[in-house]
Design a protein around this ligand. Structure first.
Ligand code: NAD
Length: 296
């Protein structure tokens, strides 16, 4: 069994670590929030004092952090992974970040003989708990072959999509499709409500047709129940669309729909909704509609 490092013990990282541990791997963990570290230490999970310490004690380090700046800090920064790196170390960043940042971090790792994969995930907390995430990987085939058995403990779909950065390009594609789906669903359900047609009836009538989707099945019931508990936070989805737009601009690609939905998410963050589930995007559309008379 390899010694595994795991950095970033938030909504996703904690259950992903748990699945590696359940398979019998010894783990050294670290998070800048001490309470999150305390919650996982014990029973085969050791306490890392910082990212450097984790790297010096392990052969493969996984990171699951919010965005590019945190990944750069944890891997390249003072007390970071590269300061504790040894020859043959493999770093697998599973955060959703800009593919450009993935390539920069991979280049810095390569200078120290450290292999790097970007391996973002789709599926959210329930699939992180079940070990059924979709994992999209960028990097060298040989490194992928080395790490894939571990990734399969966390995900049911593990696919090498290309060179370093390709994993995050694939994740951005995923996030664009999900965001635009939620926006379209929101407009459709607000129209139904304003026309006096029951939203649940509309959902049940269309979910088996061409408009049906995994997004619709997951998010329409939340909207109908007015349950906006995250799930996937509006502020994280805004971050993903910003990374998509920055990446697109670097390639001179126009993404008008992504841009529009990103602006809605920024407005919702300014209204204090940044920590709600991304299905709360419907409240932006609702606020533009005429007020309905209060029942009763
Ligand atoms: P989170 O905010 O719950 O967890 C991130 C953790 O990283 C936090 O515990 C934080 O303390 C820690 N951290 C930040 N900087 C650090 C540093 N320098 N060193 C060590 N630890 C540090 O976020 P999450 O929901 O677990 O998401 C993690 C990543 O996965 C994000 O990129 C997100 O976009 C992506 N993602 C999330 C979901 C989801 O449904 N939550 C789904 C798919 C992908």
């Amino acid at each position: 069994m390899s010694e595994i490092g795991f950095i970033g013990l938030g909504i996703m990282g904690k259950p992903m670590l748990r699945n590696l541990r359940t398979a019998g791997h010894a783990i050294v963990a670290y998070d800048i929030v001490p309470a999150l570290l305390d919650a996982v230490v014990g029973d085969g999970v050791g306490r890392g004092t910082n990212c450097k310490d984790v790297a010096s004690r392990t052969d493969i380090v996984f990171t699951m952090l919010p965005d590019g700046p945190q990944v750069e800090e944890a891997i390249l920064g003072p007390g970071g992974v590269l300061e504790g790196a040894h020859n043959g170390l493999v770093v697998v960043d599973m955060s959703s970040i800009s593919p450009v940042v993935s390539q920069e971090v991979a280049a810095a790792c390569a200078k120290q003989g450290v292999a790097f994969l970007d391996a973002p995930v789709s599926g959210g907390e329930p699939k992180a708990i079940d070990g059924t995430l979709a994992i999209m990987v960028g990097g060298e085939q040989a490194t992928f072959d080395q790490v894939a058995p571990l990734l399969r403990l966390m995900g049911s779909s593990v696919i090498l999509t290309g060179a370093v950065g390709a994993g995050n390009v694939t994740k951005l594609a995923n996030q664009i499709i999900v965001a635009c789906n939620i926006a379209a669903m929101s407009e459709a359900l607000v129209l139904a409500r304003q026309c006096g047609v029951d939203q649940e009836v509309v959902f049940n009538a269309i979910k088996g047709g061409l408009a049906g989707s995994t997004v619709l099945n997951a998010k329409a019931p939340m909207v109908i129940a007015r349950n906006f508990k995250p799930g996937f936070r509006i502020r994280l989805h805004q971050k993903d669309l910003r990374n998509a737009l920055l990446t697109a601009e670097s390639k001179k690609v126009a993404l008008p729909l992504t841009s529009l939905v990103q602006q809605m998410l920024i407005a919702l963050m300014n209204q204090g909704s940044g920590d709600l589930d991304h299905s709360a995007l419907i409240t932006f559309i609702e606020d533009m509609a005429p007020k309905l008379p209060v029942k009763g």
